[in-house]
Design a protein around this ligand. Structure first.
Ligand code: DGY
Length: 382
């Protein structure tokens, strides 16, 4: 990384903020400029190493916006602390790349960007579901290869989702939204596993079922099952939405893949290591009617050998949140996290309700600080 790989916004700002990548939109820069920040932005599309980021932090840096591809642990947080750093924000809702314990040890608040990518990510999980179920990518390649000789009763037979059973592992914000979309859109019955019941989701689907019944239609059902295996056994499509931690690493392994229906669909738009990808490759090879849609990979940006050669797998490069509105919104939230802390504002209490930060009169708060209590950032009080 040379000096040419960085550009500076608002060079006269008195506080120095580093953002390791270009972000969509301009609002985030306006927010930081209003907080008197000079912003140094990495223009290279290469993933930065810890060494490169450390060098950029240098001996004076007030805050950093970093990426999910960077390992934010001891080395970087100690460098940031030594440079006088007061805030870090991940440009992502997930923060498995961040050692929050270490940041807390150094008293550095850690921000993330919830609430603007829920529907966007769920929509991508839906896209992957249907691309896999209806063999869209195979059909597209067939057309481009000019192999289509005319309509055939047997060409690219896939799976119907309507009125089947959708399974969700991890019914947090994104999992529950995917579930609602599948239930409402395709009248599927929902089975889910999550250590915590999602009462909102259960009540919502119950009410939707009653609505259908009132129309003289078959109602839909929702059940929280005892184990992940219980879901995997009965679902026609399973979408994975857990956070990645020690308990969910390789959640989908040979055994669990083995209990799924032979013609089931598996979708992952959460984190790659939730699936044992080598085991998945073997499973897909031996189960040609099993179909998969993946947005994330175990060793990103790499894929396990054999994955890309499988016709029954649809693969996209971690773009589930990639809409202009969402990625600009994430930038505004990340910028507002840094600006909020540097301005001495409190932490916004509701990570589900961050949309006011995208409006014309944003609250004087840091929108989402995951360790606010631990590092002593006061709660926003209006
Ligand atoms: C996230 O935010 O965690 C996604 O993986 C990228 O938007």
């Amino acid at each position: 990384m040379g000096a040419n790989d960085w550009r500076t916004h608002n060079p006269s700002g008195s506080k120095r903020v580093v953002c390791t990548k270009e972000l969509p939109g301009t609002r985030w820069l306006e927010v930081l400029e209003a907080a008197d920040c000079k912003v140094e932005i990495g223009t290279s599309t290469d993933i930065l190493s810890v060494e490169e980021i450390k060098e950029k932090i240098g001996d004076r840096c007030d805050g950093v916006i970093g990426q999910l591809t960077e390992k934010w642990g001891e080395e970087l947080f100690s460098a940031l602390k030594n440079a006088g750093g007061k805030a870090y924000s991940n440009y992502a809702v997930g923060y498995n790349n961040v050692d929050v314990g270490v940041a807390t040890k150094y008293g550095i608040p850690v921000g993330n960007t919830p609430g603007v990518l829920t529907e966007t990510t769920a929509e991508m999980a839906i896209s992957l579901t249907f691309s896999a179920a209806r063999r869209v990518v195979e059909g597209d390649a067939f057309m481009r290869a000019e192999k289509y000789k005319g309509w055939l009763p047997t060409l690219y037979l896939g799976e119907l989702m309507n009125r089947k059973t959708v399974g969700v592992l991890g019914a947090g914000r994104i999992g529950a939204t995917y579930a609602k979309m599948m239930v409402e859109g395709f009248k599927m019955n929902l089975v889910y596993f999550d250590p915590y019941p999602n009462e909102y989701l259960e009540n919502y689907i119950k009410a939707y079922g009653e609505f259908l019944k009132a129309q003289g239609d078959e109602p839909v059902t929702c059940q929280r099952l005892e184990t992940a295996e219980d879901v995997l056994k009965v679902a026609d499509v399973v979408s994975l939405h857990p956070i990645l931690d020690d308990t969910t690493f390789h959640l989908m392994n040979t055994e669990r893949l083995g209990v799924m229906k032979d013609n089931a669909i598996l979708v992952n738009a959460s984190r790659g290591p939730v699936i044992d990808e080598a085991a998945l490759v073997e499973h897909c090879k031996s189960h040609p009617n099993f179909r998969v849609g993946l947005d994330v990979f175990e060793d990103e940006p790499l894929m396990k050998p054999g994955l890309k050669d499988l016709d029954n797998v649809v693969i996209v490069p971690h773009i589930a949140s990639a809409t202009i509105w969402t990625r600009s919104g994430m930038a505004t939230l990340a910028g507002s996290n840094i600006a909020g802390i540097l301005n001495g504002y409190g932490a916004w209490p509701d990570p589900d309700g961050v949309l006011p930060f995208l409006g014309d009169n944003p609250p004087k708060a840091a929108p989402s600080i995951v360790n606010a209590e631990e590092v002593g950032v006061a709660a926003y009080s209006g």
